[in-house]
Unconditional design. Structure first.
Length: 461
């Protein structure tokens, strides 16, 4: 038997919020009592129910993303508050492009974004929600290109692939910068490129998607003083970790400089407990809003207040996403020492404890201590090709026991393979390894069970 966490209930999916939504819908409905009544009954209620049940059956084929035994990709269930608030808002279906389509939800978006900006001390800013990190980064790089026309974009080779693609879409020249042995941008390699004088923007990643590594923001800020360039921080994954108390000293120093960046991206639909899609881009200098300026004679004329469509590239956007984010932050404010921060601290603790177990086990080789809550490790074998094969076999064996991990193809330079007795095959530059994103706070208390399944799975490959 595997060790079992303290929670012995047989619930798997949260359902209590459904009743709360029913009550809230009734209160919302009462506010429109002055209107002529409508027949809102569903004509084909039985058919609707049948289709919903069919969807439920089809969704059974997915991985259990909500469960602590899903410890693979960056998938975190939305908080019940977010799910309920989003559902409630759908009865109005507001559009946060213009105030005509979403007056209340637009105000909620501005308030929620302002609270996010305060995490790094920005009282003055320009920002808004987006459909996700890709669109948020696109807007940040678009502004950067407008401010530094004809100059290059740089990002680490371990940065998200979206930056090179976005640069191509925007017609900007992109160059990757080599990383060090811990997956962070190499400052010496960066300076070599800066010395050419043609760099307009450097993308700094606080929490790479592969390993959760933190680029050396402090060192890059020092280079900005010397060479003059724009700094965009992609913290789509790691941004909220600014609130936690159990970061390593090195990571803490980088996060403490976050407010000195020119623009920042963060994804509430990752660690912010929101449904997909909810990204956010924020600029330190509000005057960059001039680049968004455009006319829309049928959209913005009813109010002199700022319409969110006037400061975003996207047009129609779900107001429900803003309502859900506002509600979640109302329940759990974004403050150090609060409940929201405590949940992130549990994820960080789970990663550190998991790393310690891997490091002490001769079957595995983790390359370095995680800086956030992502852990990667190789399966030891005589060669890289054999280690990669064993990693894929372990992935399958664990899945058969309901432990769902992820696979990652990482540079061999990140691992001390010689110490592990793993020979590098001729021409082999990457190794297939295992990766776990321990982003659910429950992962901390489920770690013994996760380890027991991993141990058993490793014994059969």
């Amino acid at each position: 038997m595997y060790p079992t966490p303290m929670d012995t209930s047989e619930n798997y999916l949260e359902k209590d919020s459904i009743e709360a939504v029913r009550d809230a819908v009734s209160r919302l409905e009462a506010s429109f009592a002055g209107l002529p009544p409508l027949d809102t009954n569903i004509e084909d209620a039985e058919q609707v129910k049948a289709i919903l049940l069919e969807i439920a059956d089809r969704l059974k084929g997915d991985y259990p993303y909500f469960h602590p035994l899903y410890a693979g990709q960056m998938q975190k269930p939305p908080h019940p508050m977010a799910r309920a608030a989003y559902m409630l808002a759908l009865w109005m279906n507001p559009n946060n492009h213009a105030l005509d389509g979403g007056r209340t939800s637009s105000a909620m978006e501005k308030e929620a974004v302002a609270e996010i900006a305060l995490m790094w001390g920005w009282k003055e800013h320009l920002g808004h929600l987006t459909s996700g990190g890709t669109m948020a980064n696109l807007e940040a790089l678009w502004i950067a290109g407008q401010l530094n026309p004809g100059k290059k974009m740089l990002a680490s080779r371990q940065a998200h692939y979206t930056h090179s693609r976005i640069s191509n879409v925007l017609g900007l020249t992109f160059e990757p910068v080599d990383h060090d042995a811990r997956g962070r941008m190499d400052l010496a390699k960066l300076e070599e490129k800066l010395q050419k004088g043609d760099i307009g923007t450097v993308v700094v990643t606080l929490g790479t998607t592969a390993t959760g590594s933190i680029d050396p923001l402090g060192g890059i800020l020092a280079l900005r003083e010397k060479y003059g360039f724009r700094i965009h921080v992609d913290s789509a994954y790691g941004g909220y970790f600014n609130l936690v108390s159990n970061l390593g000293d090195e990571a803490r120093r980088e996060y403490d400089r976050l407010g000195e960046a020119d623009s920042i991206v963060i994804d509430p639909h990752k660690h912010g407990l929101q449904p997909y899609g909810c990204g956010c881009v924020i600029f330190r200098d509000p005057s960059v809003g001039r680049f968004y300026k455009h006319d829309s004679p049928y959209t913005y004329f009813t109010s002199d207040e700022l319409h969110l469509g006037e400061i975003s590239l996207e047009c129609s956007r779900p107001g429900a996403a803003a309502v859900a984010l506002w509600a979640t932050q109302k329940l759990m404010p974004l403050v150090k020492g609060g409940e929201f921060a405590a949940r992130l601290e549990k994820s960080r603790s789970a990663a550190l404890n998991f790393y310690a177990k891997l490091k002490d086990d001769k079957r595995f080789t983790p390359p370095f201590e995680p800086q956030l809550d992502i852990v990667v490790w190789a399966v030891n074998a005589p060669s890289v090709s054999e280690a990669s094969k064993k990693a894929r076999a372990l992935f399958d064996a664990a899945a058969k026991r309901n432990l769902h991990l992820a696979l990652a193809e990482l540079p061999v330079s990140l691992f001390d393979l010689a110490a592990a007795g793993i020979a590098i095959d001729a021409g082999q530059v990457t190794i297939t390894c295992l990766r776990s994103t321990l982003m659910k706070p429950e992962h901390d208390e489920w770690l013994d069970r996760i380890w027991a399944i991993l141990d058993e799975s490793a014994g059969v490959i």
